[in-house]
Design a protein around this ligand. Structure first.
Ligand code: 4AD
Ligand code: MG
Length: 436
């Protein structure tokens, strides 16, 4: 594809040439006979130089009075400039203004500090800022790396439905939707149950899509709509899950470090923290984790789940992600395979990211025995009729199988070193936020 204009990201290929850039006015500096419109185009930012003496009167005046975020095409000669960010400037020859933002209604986001609520209300515009742009690029890299990792390791993408008849991760966090003729369905919490069926057809699969949790927790780690990637493998165990999860995370970190240095610099991310992420990751049992937490002053008792603070306390002990395995079955979902030596434990594993980013991966080995699964469905008071197809998987060639889910936003927050998960997705959905 070729456009009539050049992308700022490709400017180096055009040194000395006259080109047209198409973008938006990011900023403007001026001093009498010269002005410097700073243009962004979604691929980069460049400073243009408009000299009054070299331009028709109206061109210079138009540029000098241009308002922030007006859309404009600027034609000029590309000149290498060591001091410029990006290494080039553009000497303006002409310009075409597509829409000038009127003075009376200026672009609402200015270089001054705005409160977070104001910025969130203007999220559709806030995305244009440098920081948000950098985060978006890192998110893209994380997703691309994730897909490449699975694609290159023999996994087939099989997407799972969003309208579902049953709960996967507990009935308390379901969003109910009115379907036709009084039928109720739920927005999916996880593609896992379908993934298990898909794994019996394709061996190794992954699904990657939006998932929903009606979680009334207003924390820096929770969204009500988030993207999860979920691999699932037939003939696999908890051990395979740990290995795959570790491999995935190392792969993502390497890709982000290799391709997104500029963005990490904009975000002032301490990259030494990411450079330290190499395998093998420490592996501890839930039992050990409880002991560490108690030693560190937590009031946790054996048998309860970790809270956000516990996760942070635990992760502090390590400079890389830690895998915590074999939780008490009572705190985990209905589908976990029990440990053969201690059936009160579930063969599940969570990966906790360092630096306080909490659980980024959760998964484990699934029950493959029909009777046991049926018993669990009953114990959890789940409607058996909604799970009849899921039980079928244990009737027709059942095998040990395992998988996990990784929350993309939590991973991106960690890569970028963000304080809050809300900036990792273009339009975050949270307890009190469904706009814009
Ligand atoms: O631990 P979770 O609930 O696991 C499952 O849903 C499994 N069925 C996945 C599987 O085995 N196929 O969620 C997995 C991950 C968490 O580790 C976390 O990264 C992310 O999804 N996550 C959230 N991210 C943002 N906001 C929320 N409310 C999240 N809940 C879970
Ligand atoms: Mg979990």
């Amino acid at each position: 594809m070729s456009l009539a204009h050049v992308r700022i990201a490709d400017i180096a290929q055009h040194d000395g040439q006259t080109v047209t850039l198409a973008g938006w006015l990011y900023n403007l500096r001026k001093s009498g006979k010269i002005c410097f419109p700073i243009l962004r185009d979604g691929s980069g930012i460049i400073q243009c130089v408009a000299v009054k003496a070299n331009l028709p009167e109206e061109t210079f005046e138009a540029l000098k009075n241009l308002t922030q975020e007006s859309s404009v095409k600027i034609t000029g000669k590309v000149r290498a400039e060591q001091r410029a960010t990006g290494g080039f400037e553009l000497d303006v020859e002409s310009c075409e203004i597509l829409q000038r933002v009127p003075e009376e209604t200026p672009y609402p986001i200015t270089p001054k500090d705005h409160g977070i609520d104001f910025l969130m209300d203007h999220r559709h515009l806030w995305l244009r800022s440098r920081r948000q742009f950098a985060i978006g690029k890192v998110r893209h890299e994380v997703i691309k790396a994730t897909r490449d990792y699975f694609d290159e390791n023999g996994f087939t993408l099989v997407d799972c439905p969003i309208f579902t008849p049953a709960a996967c991760e507990g009935t308390t966090t379901l969003f109910e939707v009115d379907y036709f003729e009084d039928e109720k369905v739920y927005l999916t919490q996880s593609g896992q149950l379908y993934n298990e069926a898909n794994a019996m057809a394709f061996g190794k699969v992954y699904c990657f899509g939006p998932t929903f949790r009606a979680e009334k927790s207003k924390t820096r780690r929770h969204l009500t709509e988030f993207w999860m990637v979920e691999p699932e493998m037939a003939y696999a165990t908890l051990e395979d899950v740990k290995e795959l999860a570790e491999g995935l995370v190392c792969f993502i970190v390497q890709r982000v470090l290799a391709n997104r240095r500029t963005e990490l610099a904009i975000l002032e991310r301490d990259v030494s923290k990411l450079e330290a992420i190499t395998g093998p990751f420490p592996r501890i049992s839930y039992d050990e984790a409880v002991k560490i937490l108690q030693r560190k002053g937590s009031e946790i008792e054996w048998g309860s789940d970790f809270g956000g603070t516990d996760e942070t306390l635990l992760a502090e002990e390590f400079d890389r992600p830690v895998l915590v395995e074999k939780y008490p079955a009572q705190v985990k979902a209905f589908y976990f395979q029990p440990d053969s030596e201690r059936p009160e434990l579930a063969l599940g594993v969570d990966m906790l990211a360092p630096e306080g980013y909490g659980e980024i991966i959760g998964g484990g080995q699934r029950i493959h025995d029909y009777d046991l699964l049926l018993k669990r469905i009953e114990e959890h008071h789940l409607p058996k009729e909604a799970f009849d197809w899921y039980l079928d998987l244990r009737r027709f060639g059942s095998v040990p199988h395992a998988g996990f889910g990784m929350g993309i936003e939590r991973c991106v927050a960690w890569m970028c070193g963000l304080e809050h998960i809300r900036e990792t997705i273009a339009y975050p959905r949270m307890l009190y936020r469904t706009r814009p």
